[in-house]
Design a protein around this ligand. Sequence first.
Ligand code: NAD
Length: 358
Amino acid sequence: MKIAVLPGDGIGTEIVAEAVKVLNALDLKLEMETALVGGAAYEAHGHPLPEATLKLAKEADAVLFGAVGDWKYDKLDRALRPEQAILGLRKNLGLFANLRPAICYEQLVGASSLKPELIAGLDILIIRELTGDIYFGQPRGRRIASDGLFPGTEEAFDTMRYSRPEIERIAHVAFQAARQRAKRVTSVDKANVLETFQFWKDVVTEVGQQYPDVALDHMYVDNAAMQLVRDPKKFDVVVTGNMFGDILSDEASMLTGSIGMLPSASLNASKQGLYEPSHGSAPDIAGKGIANPLATILSAAMMLRFSLNQEAAAERIEAAVKTVLAQGLRTADIFSPGTTRVSTFEMGAAVVRALSSY
Ligand code: NAD
């Protein structure tokens, strides 16, 4: 089982170190190799996704990714910005399905900005399509007015598009995931305004006919954004396109109180995957040893489950995380009076200790 470990920038290195510690504490034959990515790779090699890093990722069964980015790279050409590394990895590995669970842990009910009764027991899965939509459609660009009347006038444009196979494969991922859960899929679109999303809705409906045991409903994205904060527990699996998924998955992650708790998986057709926390590189707290490593540790658990076929080990990690929360250990982002504040390192060590009970 080969794992490419790509810590990246900011808190990436701190949180990935803790996840690696946890993986090493399992009795598994894991081969882990580390490489630079993002701003760190740009500094060392002039590119956020150097050839050697891409080769390592392609040859691995899974990629454990920290986070990339820093405001200091904002002025670089778009192609050289750290975030391009993620897009490059998604493209080169064919990662089309982004799975983001939003689970509310019993002990953290109070960390949410929503009323406890709205989120206690919350367990939803947002599935975002990653390869299509307005992020990749062509043509895209800028036009400078040439009529001379308004010199310098510009317009910018992007193209929204989805192909049938792209929608079909993400719909299958959603229906199959729902079969392991509460058997409900909500497909989110904007079919009332956008042709692309009327097509999306039609294709998801067709695929749904192959899953008569799963209930399918459709919701416009504006309503979905509202329902997620009004009554989030009404959802089980939510499937949507690249842009809506980008926004809704961040909204869903905050339902649970801390973005520092939420893992994610991006999978390709052969279950090779990239596993990363849902949050970014948090330059504001980097180097302080206070970042929450649990999202990354839980991402490592997803990696064991989805790409490495080690369900039992995944469950051990998840149980250990619940144990440390029950022990009252908290990093600063989830701290509340009456609990014990710990550092990134201490949280990782506590998870390793808790593993021995399972
Ligand atoms: P962010 O997720 O990095 O941080 C948002 C807020 O959440 C910050 O206040 C941060 O301190 C806090 N936070 C995030 N993770 C935390 C953790 N594990 N523990 C405790 N607190 C945590 O988002 P941002 O500030 O908008 O972006 C910062 C940089 O990260 C930017 O350069 C952005 O482009 C990049 N980014 C990268 C990814 C990625 O690598 N996948 C995703 C999002 C943003």
